[in-house]
Design a protein around this ligand. Structure first.
Ligand code: MN
Length: 129
């Protein structure tokens, strides 16, 4: 069965790149360009995972993650932060906000899909640090 992934990203180039990579790997991708749109979609459709850009117009990705993780409808959804903020402190901040994992931009097109897949529930791969 295909994995359904919600990608919340305001940068069009990043959004298209991530979408292309995941679709090439057989995933079904749903796109949102704002946190507000992403939250609406997450409540109304069934996804297996959320890729969350942390820097978004309006509500940011950390605030959106906190909303997802406080809503019984969505708290089970793995949320993976994807951000250019490669500082160590930002990693900790993302995990404290409830993110289940953390990937940094620019993404590595050769390893990105494998990195995402390790976060699916039931994956045998250990989560990255
Ligand atoms: Mn952004």
């Amino acid at each position: 069965m295909s994995h359904c992934i919600l990608v919340i990203e305001d940068n069009s180039l990043n959004l298209e790149l991530v979408t292309d990579l995941l679709e090439a790997a057989g995933c079904i991708v749903c796109q949102a360009r704002t946190a507000e749109e992403g939250l609406r979609l997450a409540r109304n459709a069934k996804f297996d995972l959320v890729l969350m850009d942390l820097s978004l117009p309006g509500m940011d990705g950390l605030a959106a993650t906190k909303v997802l993780k406080s809503d019984p409808l969505t708290l089970h959804l793995p949320v993976i932060a994807v951000t250019a903020h490669a500082m160590r402190g930002d990693h900790d901040t993302a995990l404290r906000a409830g993110c289940d994992g953390y990937l940094t931009k620019p993404i590595d097109t050769k390893t990105f899909v494998a990195q995402v897949f390790q976060f699916f529930p039931g994956s045998n791969s250990p989560p990255s640090k």
